[in-house]
Design a protein around this ligand. Sequence first.
Ligand code: C2E
Ligand code: MG
Ligand code: MG
Length: 571
Amino acid sequence: MSFFTASYAIEQNPISVLITDINGVIEYANPKFSEVSGYLLEEIRGKNPYFLQTNTLSAEEYQRMSQLVINGGVWQGELCSRRKNGDFFWESTHISAIRNPYGAISHFVWLREDISDRKRAEERIRFLAYYDNLTHLPNRLMLQERLREAIEISRMHSCLLAVIFLDLDQFKRINDSLGHRAGDLLLQQVANRLQECLRFSDQVYIARPDTPLPQDLLARLGGDEFVIVLTEFNHTDAVTRVARRVLDVMAKPFVVNNKEVFTSCSIGIALYPYDGDDMEVLLKHADTALYHAKDRGRNNYQMFSPSMNVAATQRLVLESHLRKALQNQEMTLYYQPQVVLDSGRVTGVEALLRWNSPELGMVSPADFIPIAEETGLIVSIGEWVLRTACTQARAWQTMEGLSDLRMAVNLSPRQFSDPHFLKRIATALQETGLQPELLELEITESQLMQEGLLECLQSLKELGVTLSIDDFGTGYSNLRYLQRFPLDRLKIDKSFVKDIDCKSNHDTIAATVIAMARSLRLSVIAEGVETKCQLAGLRALDCDEIQGHYCSHPQPPEKILGILKSHFKFD
Ligand code: C2E
Ligand code: MG
Ligand code: MG
C-alpha cells in the first residue's frame, strides 16, 4: 500500500481527524472535521483543539488526559463540542500520539465521531426518567439526586440549604369539579409561576454540561406537590422571601379553559443543617411543616419546628381512633334548631356530628371530618348520620307530635362520588319512614362545581328531598350558575352574619346574598346568629330564618326536645 493510500484514507475518512504538533497546535483537519464543526482548516490552523470544547471535563481531568497522551497512552471519552455556529454537539473522541521512526512523539491525532443522535436518544431517555412529563420539571428521582449533591456542597461551603415543600390547597376539589384535563392545565401554569419565583429562573430542563451546580431546583413530586430547594444562602430571610413570593403569585387567578380558577398553596420549610442533615429527614420535616400550614388554615408557610412532629403523630393517632369510632358507638348527633324570624316557630333542625372519643375526649368535626374525607371513612360515617337523623326525626314525629319538623343533614363531597349514594338515601327514607320533603340535604357551595353534580341533584329532587346550599357566599358561584340547580334554600355563612350590626346593613354581603336568593326564589336562612343586633339586622333585610347560638347551641336530642316544642319570642 502506498503512502498516498494512507493519506487518502485520512482525507476521506467518515470520522473527523485533527492532527496537532507536539505542542498541541493544530496542523491538519480533514474535510469531515470541517463539515461537522463548520471550521475550515485555515481558520483553525495554529490553534489548540481545546477551544472547540465546552467544559465537559474539569481542569484536573484535562490535566490527566494530557499526561496520559504525552506518556504515549490513548485517551478515550465523550466530549461536548461547540460548532462554529455556536451549537453544542457530542463527539466520541480518541486522542493518541504519533511517533517518528525513532520512537519520539512528533504529533497527536484526535479522532472524533459525531454521536449527537445517540446522545439525543439518551437525553430523551434521561428526560423520561428524570423529568415530569406534564410540567417538564425535574421529578422525584432527579430531586433526590440533586438534593443529595446540594447537601454535600452546602456542608463543604458551610452554607444553609432549604427544602420547601408545597401543596395546592383543595386541588382535589378543582380536579373533581372542573375535570382532570383542567387540573393538568392548572398544574402546568402553577409550575410556570413557581419557576418565576426562583432566583435562577433559567432552570435546566436537559442537564447541559455548562449548567453550574449547585443551583436552586424546582421539582414536581406528583399530584399537586412541588419541592423547591434553595442553596447557598446565609440567612433565613432568603427563604421566607421566596415563600412569600410563592404565596403571592399563587393568589392571582389562573385561567383554565377560559374560566378563572382561584387556588392557593400551603408551604412547609425545613433547613439544613438545623432541621436535619440528610435528605430523608429534611424532606420529612418539610412535609410535617406543610401539614402544619394546612392545619393553620392553608395559604401560609411554616418553618419546621420539633414540636410539629408531635402534631403529626397526633394526626395519626386521631386517624387510628377514628377508624373504630363508629363501631364503638363514639359518635352522636347534636341538633340545632332553625327558627322562622317572623313567628319564632322552629321549623327544622340541623344534625351536627359529635365525636366523644374515650382516648381523645370531644373532637370537633372541623378536626375529624377532613380526615374522614381523606381516608374515605366519611362514606360510612355519612350513612350513619343519615340513618340516625332520619330515625330521630321520625321518632319525634310519632312520639312527640312534631309532624312537620325538617331534618337537615350535611353532606361531604366524597359521598357524591359513592356510586350507591342515591340508593342509600332512598333506602334510608324508606326504612325509617320519613317523608322525603322533611329531609334537607346541605351541600356546600364549592361542591356545586363537582362534575356530574347537577344530574345527581336532579335525581335527589325527584326523590322529593329538600336541597340547601351551606356556607353560602364563601364560594364563587354567580346567579346564572346557581339557577341551573334545583335548590330550595341558601344558608348564609356565619362569617357574613358576623358583619351585621344594629345599624344599616344594606351594603353588607349578607344583604347581597339575600337579594340574590330572592331573585332565585329561594328561601334564606342565616347561620351563626349570636346577637340581638344581628337578629334585628337580618330582620331588616327580610331574611326568612335563623340558626345560631342566639336561639340555641347544638344539643343532644333529649335536651333539644323542649326547645323544639316551644316558640321563640323575638322582640
Ligand atoms: P356547618 O354545616 O356550617 O355547621 C354549622 C356550624 O356552626 C356548626 O359547627 C355549629 O355548631 C356552628 N354554630 C352554630 N351556631 C353558631 C353560632 O352562633 N356561632 C358560631 N360561631 N358557630 C355556630 P360544628 O358543629 O363544629 O360543625 C362544623 C362543620 O362540620 C359543619 O359546618 C359541617 O360542615 C361539618 N359537619 C358537622 N356535622 C357533619 C356531618 O354529619 N357530616 C358532614 N359531612 N359534615 C359535618
Ligand atoms: Mg351545615
Ligand atoms: Mg355552614
